[in-house]
Design a protein. Structure first.
Lengths: 100, 486
């Protein structure tokens, strides 16, 4: 979305499609209002001139801790697969996808 | 589809490779699940690999060490700090919804690869970068009606993606470059090099331009080439395809293509102009990685003598022919075998002949690798030393070699037995000759009177008594000796 572009119902419906969300008509008004507020906030941030500012990737002035190369986990597949909606022969099954 | 009559001499192909090198660690890059290909689906995928809420990635130290080793071996710049980014795309074999990779601050930048082309000349191929990332899982299509099976065992496997500059000009050069990279990463023991299992996968970017032109043509990318031969064949095909399009006034479409091994052609996979916006951004779950001086020092002391250096040493110091030196340095374990044999035998040429001859033939015949050979480098050295010292002949040494391989006995015993049996053969032969002479007194008498032709008859008698299992030259020699001594 472009800066200062108004977020309308059409865009909201498209966003819901992209996010795989089923939205009730009664929820649309409130969500649209919330998203417009968020969009104004983001546009405000976009308005700040950051050309002279060095990008910050992490707020903490620390380095990553590394892990030894050992395998410690017992993989409890059955427990993990209880969380899945559909499984078969140990695979997680998802709606058919074509090659990306 | 590809034109058969393209005039390829007018065109210059420009090729760059991106090779995914699977690092041979025990555990995954960001989780402690094992890296393995040989277990049931999802037995090697833990909560981090499944992207369960609340899990966090923790970087594997070995992965960083192996990347540093690669950077050092290719004279690349090793970052003092590097960073991980998220590459967002939605596909079920990537349960987080993003791949953790390195976009802006990779661990290695620059470097060169010395590539020996088929004609023996050396090309310095520049490397653009080598960065760390995680592999995705596997999708199983067509097995379940209306569904796709997901196996996340491979998810989180550490990869080092090596990107070359677009400096390769022929399919042979590209294949040689891939081969050189394969030799290097296996030599450094950072990858098992198993192409069949996808331990190294190559993507090739390819464009063509008229000779003399400086601007690059529009390129296509061929994905997932997993053998040296496929790199060569896919590129040959793609070059012809591009040239035939350009020569008939067409335009190359920037796209990703797949190589179809069965039909020996490439075909479009998806248009790159429609490529996803991956929305890269720094992964907030992973802090920047500091590469310390201590890590650099450790890598330096772990660095083996590299294949090119070893090859030059064989030529300059051991006096081996270039081709021999080159063949001995294709694989580290093989080269180490030669080293340990040579250390005992002391004769480089003879040891090299044995390693490239009898040893290599045995490996081929039994389809085994040098690590599984039942005769160690020092044992071979001992055999060769016995030849050098004149204790055994080349032919007997071959028998000793086969004997040790078959019985796993030690070399000294095998040589002892060999000599004993040679001597007993000799004693047996003399006894046999004597028996034949005793049974043919008239012929012996005639021979002694000067009828030398009779020797042929006597040789035939001995041969028939030995049922032909004897060298007639030796019989001849033994007969002459005994007849002369009586």
């Amino acid at each position: 979305m472009e800066r200062d572009q108004l977020l309308n119902e059409e865009i909201l419906v498209r966003l819901c499609q992209l996010s795989n969300l089923r939205l009730l008509e009664s929820e649309q008004g409130e969500l649209l209002h919330d998203l417009q507020t968020i969009k104004r906030f983001v546009d405000n941030i976009h308005g700040v001139d950051t050309r002279e500012v060095e990008p910050l990737s992490h707020p903490l002035d620390m380095d990553q801790v590394l892990r030894e190369d050992s395998t410690v986990d017992e993989i409890d597949r059955a427990t993990y697969q209880e969380l899945a909606r559909d499984i078969g022969d140990g695979y997680y099954l998802v709606p058919r996808v074509i090659e990306p | 589809m590809p034109a058969k009559n393209v005039n390829s001499s007018l065109w210059e192909p420009v090729i760059g490779l991106e090779v995914h090198v699977q690092l041979n660690t025990n555990s995954k890059i960001f989780s402690s699940a094992p890296v393995t290909v040989s277990v049931e689906p999802n037995r090697a995928a833990n909560a981090v690999d499944l992207a369960l809420p609340g899990t966090l990635p923790v970087l594997n130290k070995k992965v960083v060490e192996k990347a540093i080793l690669f950077g050092m071996a290719t004279a690349g710049r090793i970052a003092s700090r590097c960073r991980f980014d998220r590459k967002n795309y939605f596909y079920p074999d990537l349960p987080k919804g993003y791949q953790i990779t390195q976009l802006t601050e990779p661990i290695i930048e620059g470097g060169t690869l010395e590539v020996r082309v088929d004609d023996g000349s050396i090309r310095q191929v520049e490397l653009v970068r080598a960065h760390l990332e995680e592999d995705a899982g596997k999708s199983i299509h067509g097995k379940y009606a209306g569904k796709t099976g997901i196996d996340l065992n491979r998810a989180g496997t550490p990869l080092l993606e090596v990107v070359t500059a677009p400096q390769l000009n022929t399919p042979d050069e590209a294949s040689a470059c891939f081969r050189t990279l394969h030799r290097l990463v296996t030599w450094l023991d950072i990858c098992d090099g198993n192409l069949n299992e996808g331990s190294m996968r190559c993507d090739a970017n390819i464009s063509v331009r008229r000779h003399g032109e400086t601007q690059l043509g529009e390129r296509t990318e061929i994905k997932n080439l997993n053998s040296f031969r496929f790199v060569e064949r896919a590129l040959k095909h793609e070059i012809d395809r591009q040239i035939s399009i350009l020569e008939t006034g067409g335009e190359i479409v920037r796209e990703t293509r797949l190589y179809d091994v069965e039909r020996d052609e490439t075909r479009s996979m998806r248009g790159k102009e429609l490529a996803h916006d991956y929305r890269y951004f720094p992964d907030p779950d992973l802090l920047p990685v500091a590469i310390t001086q201590e890590m650099i020092r450790a890598a330096r002391s772990a660095m083996p003598e590299l294949p090119e250096a070893r090859c030059s040493r064989y030529i300059d110091e051991l006096g081996l022919p270039a081709e021999t030196a080159h063949r001995l340095t294709q694989e580290k374990a093989f080269s180490d075998y030669f080293e340990s044999a040579f250390a005992i035998a002391g004769n480089a040429k003879l040891t090299a002949n044995w390693v490239l001859g009898n040893v290599a033939a045995t490996l081929n015949r039994n389809e085994i690798s040098i690590e599984n050979l039942q005769l160690s480098g020092p044992q071979l050295g001992e055999i060769v030393k016995n030849i050098v010292d004149g204790i055994v002949s080349d032919a007997s040494a071959k028998q000793v070699f086969e004997h040790v391989l078959a019985t796993k006995s030690n070399v000294a015993d095998a040589i002892g037995q060999q000599r004993e049996s040679l001597m007993s053969d000799e004693r047996d032969l003399k006894a046999l000759v004597q028996r034949v002479l005793d049974g043919n007194p008239i012929q012996v008498e005639e021979y002694r009177k000067g009828k030398k032709k009779i020797l042929g008859y006597l040789v035939g008698q001995v041969m028939s008594a030995a049922k032909g299992k004897i060298d007639p030259k030796k019989v001849n020699q033994a007969l002459t000796e005994i007849l002369a001594s009586d």
